[in-house]
Write a protein that binds this ligand. Structure first.
Ligand code: MRU
Length: 362
């Protein structure tokens, strides 16, 4: 399905749910959502591999299609793959795959973002209650609605925290494309813009797949936010030269001590921010926190094909490569973690324990 502006109408919801779709973000662009089709519905994603050259949508109707889309980053970003994972699980059990097998298959699609596991877990819990696969798909829809709401809250809280920061450096893509709402780190930038606060984004390229250049610069520009593109190697230099007021990035997995996995290149920005006295923030939903990860050592980092590194004309395709998709920034380099429940501050071991404590509003 192609669209020139991404403005598509809502589908009527999960089959048999008897309810209209939940509250959705008002943005025309949506990285993923459920749509009604003649074949009983589909998960419709923006194929992010094609952006920004063309805005194309794909309808996914099987677990293998969703897994392939997650692996190849057609659908990407921690929040979006959490929701996609729930739909994938629903398709799997609908098609007769045993619940345990379905769980492992989908969770194994990408290892670092714990949001994927959390999304599949919710779908599995819902499915196991009544053995109805449609309940797993409804979980996906619920994750989309909750994520949109959490992004709005992160944006609001972050825009208060960073009210005086104009020039904000961000890495990778944490926006509309990476979530079901306005984004996490980019949600803060969008909210500042919407409130009329001065804001100018600096978007690092994000090699090897260029999410910053292809996706972040594109979506910010499309929504009227001033943006400057820079190569990854220029990020620390920009922090050293005093042109940046704050850094804000997303998270794929946060250990309970605050160590945070995010796109490769995040760590060097955090080091440079610390060295130059510039605040460095993470923005993420609480579902990015892994209660089972005590520290960085418990966070699995995905390694991807060397072909991504060598993708340039004339380059020897037999070169040895080292291609981690993520790095882990130690908690000591992080000024604050902006969540829908407020800004968590160091020492994170305490602030995270408090926000995760039973009975705390979530
Ligand atoms: O490999 P990607 O493009 O999925 O990596 C995305 C990131 O690293 C994001 O910063 C993170 O997932 C947060 S998205 C709200």
């Amino acid at each position: 399905v192609r669209s020139s502006d991404g403005a598509l109408s809502d589908g009527p919801g999960i089959p048999g749910s008897g309810k209209s779709p939940q509250a959705r973000p008002s943005e025309a662009l949506r990285s993923l959502r459920w749509v009604d089709t003649d074949q009983g519905g589909a998960l419709r994603i923006i194929d992010q591999r094609r952006l920004p050259a063309s805005l194309e949508y794909r309808n996914l109707t099987t677990v293998d299609e969703v897994i392939e889309s997650i692996r190849t980053l057609a659908v990407r970003g921690a929040n979006s793959i959490g929701a996609a994972g729930a739909f994938a699980y629903g398709f799997a059990v609908r098609d007769g795959i045993a619940a345990d097998e379905a769980f492992d298959k989908v969770v194994g699609a990408r290892p670092t973002a714990v949001t994927l596991r959390h999304g599949v877990q919710l779908a599995a819990e819902r499915y196991e209650k009544n053995g109805d696969w449609r309940d797993a798909l409804r979980a996906g829809d619920d994750i989309i609605a909750a994520d949109a709401d959490e992004c709005r809250r992160i944006g609001e809280i972050g825009s208060r925290e960073l009210a005086d920061a104009t020039n904000i450096l961000t890495h990778c893509n944490t926006g509309i494309l990476a979530t079901a709402g306005i984004g996490t780190a980019l949600g803060v930038i969008y909210t500042k813009h919407a409130k009329g606060q001065k804001v100018h984004a600096y978007s690092t390229e994000t090699r090897p797949l260029r999410q910053g250049l292809r996706l972040t610069a594109w979506e910010l520009g499309r929504n009227g936010v001033a943006v400057t593109a820079l190569v990854d190697g220029a990020g620390p230099a920009a922090l050293h030269q005093g042109i940046i007021d704050a850094v804000i990035v997303g998270a794929d997995r946060i250990a309970v001590n605050g160590d945070t996995a995010n796109k490769i290149g995040t760590y060097s920005l955090a080091v440079a921010a610390k060295e130059n006295g510039i605040p460095f923030y993470i923005a993420a939903p609480l579902s990015a926190i892994d209660r089972n990860a005590a520290s960085a050592e418990d966070i699995p980092v995905e390694f991807r094909s060397g072909e991504e590194v060598l993708d340039a004309p004339g380059v020897n395709q037999n070169l040895d490569t080292w291609n981690p998709a993520f790095d882990v920034t130690p908690a000591k380099l992080i000024s604050g973690i902006i969540t829908p429940e407020g800004v968590l501050r160091p020492p994170f071991v305490d602030s995270i324990a408090k926000v995760l404590a039973p009975g705390t509003a979530r």
